[in-house]
Design a protein around this ligand. Structure first.
Ligand SMILES: NC(=O)C1=CN([C@@H]2O[C@H](COP(=O)(O)OP(=O)(O)OC[C@H]3O[C@@H](n4cnc5c(N)ncnc54)[C@H](OP(=O)(O)O)[C@@H]3O)[C@@H](O)[C@H]2O)C=CC1
Ligand SMILES: O=C(O)C(=O)Cc1ccc(O)cc1
Length: 443
C-alpha cells in the first residue's frame, strides 16, 4: 500500500447507517487517514460526539463531504438515492470518483449521470452481504461506469481493505443477476414470515419445522425481518428485472398448491421432477454439494420441539423456487459468483432436498396427502401472492407496513436468530465464491 496515498487521499461516505459505518470502520482500520463521513445534518452533533476518537472526520452534510473527498461513496436508501445525489452531486470535487452502495444500480447510475459534473469519474460498488457478515471472501461487485484506468485502480486499492472477492460487472448485468439471486430469494423468506405471523405461529414451536433445513428457513427469515425494510423494498421494487421473477415465484406457488389440493399426484410429481432435472440435473452433479449434510445444520436450532416429534413438511417454498427457476430458464449455479450468504443457503437447502430422493418423496407425499401441513401451505400461498401484488403495485408504504407488522411479531427472537444465522453462514462460507471448496466446517 502506498503510505503517502493513505495519508493524503480523502475518502468520503455519505450516509452512515449500517453499511456506511461498516465501510468507514474498515477504511480506518486499514490505515486510511482521511475518512470523511456524514449522515443527515440533523444527526451531525450526535455523530460528532459518538464518533470522537474513532479516526473518522464527521462533517455536517454531503456538500462538505463532496467538496473535499477524492472518492465518495453514497450509502443511503435506494429510494432516496436520486434526491440525495441531486442535492450533493453538484458539490463533488473536480476530478473525484463517485460510487454508491445501493443494492440496485439502475436508479443510482441514472442519478449519477444526471447530477454529477462531467469531470467526475463513476465507479460504483455493491458488497453482497449484510453489515453483520465479515466482508472477507464475500463477493464485492465493482462497476466501472465512467473512469480512467488510474481512477479505477485507485478504487480497487481502496476497497482492497474489505478483502472481498471482486466481481466486475456492468450495472445492467448486476441488476439482472441480483434480481435472480436476491429479489426472488427474499420473497420466499418474507412469505414464510408472513404465513407464520398470520397463523400466530412461532415455527420453532411447531413439529413441521424441526431439523437442519428448517433451521435455515427460520433463521434466515428472522435475519431478513431484523434488517431494514427499505433494503428489501429497494431490491424488489426499484430493480427493473425483479418484478417478473417475483411474479413467477408466486405463480409457481399457486400452480403447485392447486395440484396439491386436487391431489393430482402424477402431474405434481412430473412438474417437480422436470424442474429438479433442469436445475440440479447434469449441471449440478459435478459439484460438491453446498450442504454436506442436513445434520451440519441441526445444531443451529431455535426449536423447542424434540426431533422425534418431527413431522414431514411439503417444502412448498422450495419446490416453488425450483419450479420458478425452471419456468424462467434460470440456472442458479451460474450466478454463484454473485452469491449472497442468504442465496447460498437457500440454493443449498433446495439442492439438499432434490438430491435426497427419500426426503423429496416424503415432501411430495406430505404435499399431496398430509392434511396437517395444508393450513401452513394455504397461508404460504396467500402470503406469496400478497407480496407479489405489493411489489407489482410498487407501493413502498404498503411494503413497509407488511414488513414491519411481521417484524414486530418476531422481534423477541432477532438477536438469537441473527447470532445463529451468522454461525450458519460461517459454516457454509466459501473462500472462493462459486468454487468447489466450500464447507470449512469450523464447528
Ligand atoms: N443492510 C444490508 O444488508 C445491505 C444494504 N445495502 C445497501 O446499502 C445502502 C444503505 O443500507 P443500510 O446502511 O443498511 O441502510 P441504513 O438505513 O442503515 O443507512 C442509510 C443511512 O443514510 C442516511 N441518509 C438518508 N438520506 C441522507 C442524506 N441526504 N444525507 C446523509 N445521509 C442520509 C439515513 O438516514 P435516515 O435513516 O434518517 O433516513 C441512514 O442513516 C442501501 O441502499 C442498501 O440497499 C447493500 C448491501 C447490504
Ligand atoms: O444475503 C442477503 O440477500 C441479505 O439479505 C443481505 C443483503 C441485503 C442487501 C444487499 O444488497 C446485499 C445483501
Amino acid at each position: 500500500m502506498n503510505l503517502v496515498e493513505m495519508d493524503e487521499l480523502e475518502i468520503g461516505l455519505i450516509g452512515l447507517g449500517a453499511m456506511g459505518m461498516m465501510y468507514a470502520k474498515r477504511l480506518v482500520e486499514a490505515g486510511w487517514k482521511n475518512v470523511n463521513v456524514c449522515d443527515l445534518p440533523s444527526k451531525y452533533e450526535r455523530l460528532e460526539i459518538a464518533l470522537a476518537g474513532s479516526g473518522l472526520t464527521v462533517l455536517k452534510d454531503g456538500h462538505a463531504v463532496s467538496r473535499r473527498s477524492d472518492f465518495i461513496i453514497y450509502s443511503v436508501e435506494a429510494e432516496n438515492i436520486e434526491r440525495v445525489v441531486a442535492e450533493y452531486g453538484p458539490s463533488t470535487k473536480m476530478g473525484a470518483i463517485v460510487g454508491g452502495q445501493t443494492s440496485v444500480k439502475e436508479p443510482e447510475i441514472r442519478a449519477f449521470e444526471k447530477y454529477l459534473p462531467d469531470d467526475v469519474h463513476i465507479v460504483t460498488c455493491h458488497s453482497l452481504h449484510g453489515p453483520t457478515v465479515h466482508s472477507k471472501g464475500q463477493p464485492l461487485v465493482l462497476i466501472r461506469h465512467r473512469a480512467s484506468d488510474d481512477k479505477y485502480n485507485l478504487v480497487i486499492r481502496i476497497l482492497s481493505c474489505l478483502q472481498s472477492e471482486i466481481v466486475e460487472l456492468s450495472y445492467k448485468e448486476h441488476d439482472r443477476i441480483t434480481a435472480d439471486t436476491q429479489a426472488v430469494t427474499h420473497v420466499a423468506f418474507l412469505s414464510m414470515g408472513t404465513a407464520w405471523k398470520t397463523q400466530m405461529q412461532f415455527p420453532w414451536e411447531t413439529p413441521q419445522y424441526v431439523g437442519g433445513i428448517e433451521n435455515v428457513k427460520i433463521n434466515m427469515t428472522l435475519r431478513i425481518y431484523s434488517n431494514k425494510w427499505h433494503v428489501y423494498a429497494g431490491i424488489a421494487m426499484m430493480n427493473p428485472s425483479a418484478e417478473i421473477q417475483i411474479r413467477q415465484y408466486a405463480q409457481s406457488v399457486s400452480d403447485l398448491f392447486k395440484l396439491m389440493i386436487q391431489e393430482k399426484q402424477e402431474e405434481f410429481e412430473n412438474r417437480v421432477k422436470l424442474a429438479g432435472d433442469f436445475v440440479f440435473g447434469k449441471h449440478a452433479e459435478s459439484r460438491q454439494p453446498i450442504l454436506l449434510s442436513d445434520s451440519i445444520l441441526d445444531r443451529f436450532s431455535l426449536s423447542s420441539v424434540p426431533s422425534e416429534q418431527r413431522k414431514p413438511n411439503s417444502h412448498l417454498s422450495l419446490l416453488a423456487m425450483v419450479d420458478s427457476w425452471h419456468k424462467l430458464g434460470i440456472r442458479p449455479y451460474e450466478h454463484m459468483v454473485c452469491q449472497t450468504p442468504l442465496f447460498r443457503l437457500w440454493i443449498g437447502i433446495a439442492e439438499y432436498l432434490f438430491r435426497n430422493t427419500e426426503m423429496l418423496k416424503e415432501a411430495i407425499q406430505a404435499a399431496l396427502y398430509d392434511k396437517d401441513i395444508r393450513a401452513d401451505d394455504m397461508e404460504f400461498y396467500s402470503a406469496s401472492k400478497g407480496w407479489a401484488e405489493c411489489v407489482a403495485v410498487g407501493n413502498m408504504a404498503a411494503y413497509q407496513k407488511r414488513f414491519e407488522e411481521t417484524a414486530e411479531f418476531f422481534k423477541e427472537r432477532f438477536t438469537e436468530g441473527v447470532r445463529i444465522g451468522n454461525e450458519m453462514i460461517e459454516v457454509i462460507k466459501t473462500h472462493q465464491p462459486g468454487s468447489r471448496s466450500s464447507q470449512t466446517g469450523k464447528h
